[in-house]
Design a protein around this ligand. Structure first.
Ligand SMILES: [Zn+2]
Length: 128
């Protein structure tokens, strides 16, 4: 069964973030990694989030984002800077909205990504 991807790309999940989350392919751009990390938050896939995080420090991942009552509502990409196939660093500015007990919260972040040995990693984010 297939459905429209969690990351709001308009593509089917199997042709979008699932390829990366299931390790069939590596994201080629910072934006693809960012989208797949959002989908991993939606599916509460902590392993993927740690694997694609430069720091790999599970204690700092923000346990509140894995609350079972938390539902991710939408992802909106605002801007990207570098992060293409031939780059080593990239930035993605986005708004991600989640809902918990009927209250919506929007995170507005500019995330930094870094490529090492052909793989993109999330480095950190600046909140807007
Ligand atoms: Zn996707």
């Amino acid at each position: 069964m297939d459905f429209s991807c969690h990351c709001n790309s308009g593509n089917n999940y199997s042709q979008c973030c699932l390829k990366y989350i299931s390790d069939k392919e590596n994201p080629k751009t910072a934006l693809e990694l960012m989208r797949s990390r959002y989908s991993a938050f939606v599916t509460k896939n902590k392993d993927y989030l740690l694997k694609t995080w430069h720091k790999k420090n599970s204690n700092e991942i923000g346990q509140e984002l894995f609350d079972e009552n938390l539902k991710w509502v939408s992802l909106e990409i605002i801007n990207t800077k570098r992060g293409n196939v031939n780059d080593r660093t990239g930035y993605v500015e986005f708004k991600a909205t989640f809902e918990i007990d009927g209250n919506k919260t929007t995170l507005h972040e500019n995330s930094k990504f870094k490529k090492e040995q052909g793989r993109w990693y999330y480095v950190n984010g600046t909140h807007k």
